[in-house]
Write a protein of this length. Structure first.
Ligand code: LAN
Length: 679
């Protein structure tokens, strides 16, 4: 297929803009395209929040809500009747025909981890054990080795609920925090999410904290195991794991470490434990202060709350925890769930800005879109991080000044690609607003992006990579792979390269050499990451379609020509996977098998990524692009929205997470680029 095709004017060849014309017979008519922009932007503007942001359902992972429910039970903060009904409805809506529940809401394979946690949560929410769904769920649990075979994070929650014994866990020693920070196994080297989750776990383990076994707990004990609770020798079940929960094999080194830590635990000294717990608590308190009790993510939000409850149920920290914890709940079309983050507002808003700005001028300049954009700018401006956290080195925190988080400033953890997308959106709009972000602050964003770059030329998610992959050998989670360190990712690297390219244009002469060097190293990193077949593997959405979009845009931002073989190979890859109806549909199984797996149905968000890639790579006039554009236009509903489709967000290669707005702004963005390149 030739890279450039001349636009064909369809049935009414008189004028390219008269109704019934199109850029190509295969593409949408110009009239339909125009209507898609008008209706799409009107709808999208109508769902903007008062603070100028967009946000949406961010559920999907099935281990989160049960942890939340456990916290309500432990801390004696029962949900309202309405909440309870919504939580039960959501959980049961994800039950598989075999009775179990998978790692995410759409997973067809059930796991002991999420089935046990959900079963317990439903019981704590007062669902009777004799309800048919519960009988089925219990049967799944019993048939697959009982709750003894659940992955370790379920066992942690069960320990605190007094449904499992701490003896049945490999220790997470608080004493590790007393090691000198330089020691490679010091927890300060971990990926921030693992680090923040293992902190409260170390605390709970160090104190073996748990609630009393009341009659409900005693009843659940009899339901989730194959033999009477009192007869179970928990210490024999530290490694008992249902095959469905096993995401990797236990390394020999890990076995040695577990043995050594077990021995330490048997002989540990109380004085040292006390000191270690105090240090761990200082880190927990620091995280709480730095995030205004939001915490970096949903798991440590729950666990830190438990820590404070056991410290002092009447204390301020416990009260404050309950002011923020419910902000993780989301009342969605399928019930109430716990979101995977306190929100996805900054991320959605930064993309929304770029998408709206890409629509044809007649649309982008309309009062509706102008107003939406100026409100969005306000959100981006108000949520840039303006300072580093106090004592950042002492608490293993990277700089934050100038960064943007995934959600909001109160949360405060900056992320490499959120900073980059926030920066790009801010530059895009600064000339249209009266009081733009001060130049000095924008330059800080650029400095921060440079400071995040890894030695391999790529960018990780939150921080520079702090240890080698060998640390994965000690991963105690059982259910999640690749969580021990932060890695250089195609997506994050591409976003940072795009931001640096923007910075070069916006601030000529500023940090010229460091930026050039960073871009060169980033380009090399992306080139190394490209696969033989021309694709890039994505890590944060499904999968090769997403990764290839970032790979191509990253290389282009680094100054690589669209004619470069790497780019052309990537476009060929995409074209090979286009469906007959012009769409792309990639199944989430791709993330697990690490090769492209077809989804039976075309997905608008994925089609948009592919179209965006083709457009920037010089193929906006190709048959593939016309057909993709037509698919997107045809898919749009009358109200201007696109129908809900399969979840496409992902993490740790296994867990899907919902980005409610992807199908909206990416479709507008892709159609905008398509229109611009063809007009
Ligand atoms: C997220 C959400 C945002 C996401 C992007 C910014 C989209 C990505 O480009 C970089 C990685 C990042 C920041 C990301 C990392 C992992 C997160 C934080 C999540 C997928 C949201 C929830 C997930 C977190 C790890 C869930 C808790 C589970 C554990 C295994 C700790």
């Amino acid at each position: 297929m030739p890279p450039y095709e001349t636009p064909v004017v369809s049935s009414h060849p008189q004028s390219p803009s008269s109704p019934g014309t199109s850029f190509s017979l295969e593409g949408p008519s110009l009239e339909a395209l125009q209507q898609a922009f008008v209706q799409g932007t009107n709808f999208f503007a109508s769902i903007q929040e008062d603070d100028g942001s967009w946000c949406g359902d961010y559920g999907g992972p099935m281990f989160l809500l049960p942890m939340y429910v456990a916290a309500t039970y432990i801390c004696k903060r029962p949900p309202s009747d309405e909440e309870r009904e919504g939580m039960v409805r959501y959980t049961l809506s994800t039950q598989n025909p075999d009775g179990g529940i998978g790692i995410h809401a759409e997973a067809e394979e059930s796991m002991m981890f999420t089935t046990t946690l959900s079963y317990i949560a439903l019981r704590l929410l007062e669902v009777p054990a004799e309800q048919p769904e519960m009988i089925k769920m219990r049967r799944w649990i019993q048939d697959h080795g009982s709750a003894l075979a659940a992955a370790s994070w379920a066992k942690w929650i069960m320990c605190v609920l007094n449904l499992y014994d701490y003896d049945g866990l490999h220790p997470i020693l608080p004493e590790l925090y007393l090691l000198p920070a330089e020691v490679p196994i010091h927890p300060g080297h971990l990926w921030c999410h693992a680090r923040q989750v293992y902190l409260p776990m170390a605390y709970l383990y160090g104190k073996k904290t748990r609630i009393e076994a009341d009659p409900l707990i005693q009843a659940i004990r009899q339901e989730i195991y194959a033999k009477p609770y009192e007869k179970i020798r928990f210490s024999a079940h530290r490694d008992t794991l249902c095959p469905a929960d096993k995401s990797y094999s236990l390394s020999f080194l890990s076995q040695i470490a577990n043995f050594a830590m077990g021995a330490f635990e048997s002989f540990h000294r109380e004085g040292l434990r006390q000191r270690a717990l105090e240090e761990v608590k200082r880190h927990i308190d620091h995280e709480d202060q730095a995030t205004n009790f939001i915490r970096i993510g949903p798991v440590n939000a729950v666990l830190n709350t438990l820590v404070h409850y056991f410290e002092d149920p009447e204390g301020e920290a416990h009260q404050k925890s309950w002011e923020t914890l419910p902000t993780y709940l989301w009342n969605g079309h399928d019930g109430i769930k716990m979101n995977g983050y306190n929100s996805c507002k900054l991320w959605d808003t930064a993309f929304a800005v770029q998408a709206l700005r890409a629509t044809p001028t007649s649309v982008a300049d309309s009062p509706v879109v102008q107003k939406a954009l100026s409100n969005a700018y306000r959100y981006i401006q108000d949520n840039q991080v303006l300072e580093d956290v106090p004592e950042k080195d002492r608490y293993f925190r990277h700089a934050s000044l100038g960064g943007w988080p995934f959600s909001d400033r109160l949360h405060g953890w900056p992320i490499t690609d959120c900073t980059s997308e926030g920066f790009k959106a801010a530059i895009e709009l600064e000339e249209t607003v009266e009081q733009p972000i001060a130049e000095g602050l924008l330059r800080e964003s650029v400095r921060l992006i440079l400071s995040f770059q890894n030695d391999d030329g790529g960018w990780a998610s939150y921080e520079r990579q702090r240890a080698g992959t060998w640390l994965e050998l000690f991963n105690p989670s059982q259910a999640f792979r690749d969580i021990m360190i932060d890695y250089s990712y195609t997506e994050c690297s591409s976003a940072c390269l795009q931001a640096l390219q923007t910075a070069q244009k916006r601030f000529p002469g500023f940090l010229t050499q460091p930026i050039q060097r960073a871009i060169q190293n980033g380009e090399n990193f992306l080139r190394r990451k490209q696969r033989e077949d021309g694709s890039w593997e994505g890590s944060w959405a499904v999968c090769f379609t997403y990764g290839t979009w970032f790979g191509v845009w990253g290389l282009l931002a680094a100054g690589v020509s669209p004619q470069d073989q790497a780019i052309q190979k990537a476009c060929d890859f995409l074209r090979r996977h286009q469906k007959a109806d012009g769409s792309w549909g990639e199944h989430y199984r791709s993330c697990q098998t690490r090769k492209y797996e077809e989804h039976p149905e075309g997905q608008a968000a994925q089609t948009a990524w592919a179209l965006m890639t083709l457009c920037k790579a010089g193929h906006a006039q190709s048959s593939a692009a016309h057909r993709a554009a037509r698919f997107l236009v045809d898919r749009q509903q009358e109200d201007g929205d696109w129908p809900r489709e399969a979840m496409v967000g992902v993490f740790n290669k296994t867990t899907l997470i919902n980005y409610e707005n992807y199908r909206r702004y990416f479709c507008l963005w892709a159609l905008g680029l398509y229109h611009k390149a063809n007009a």
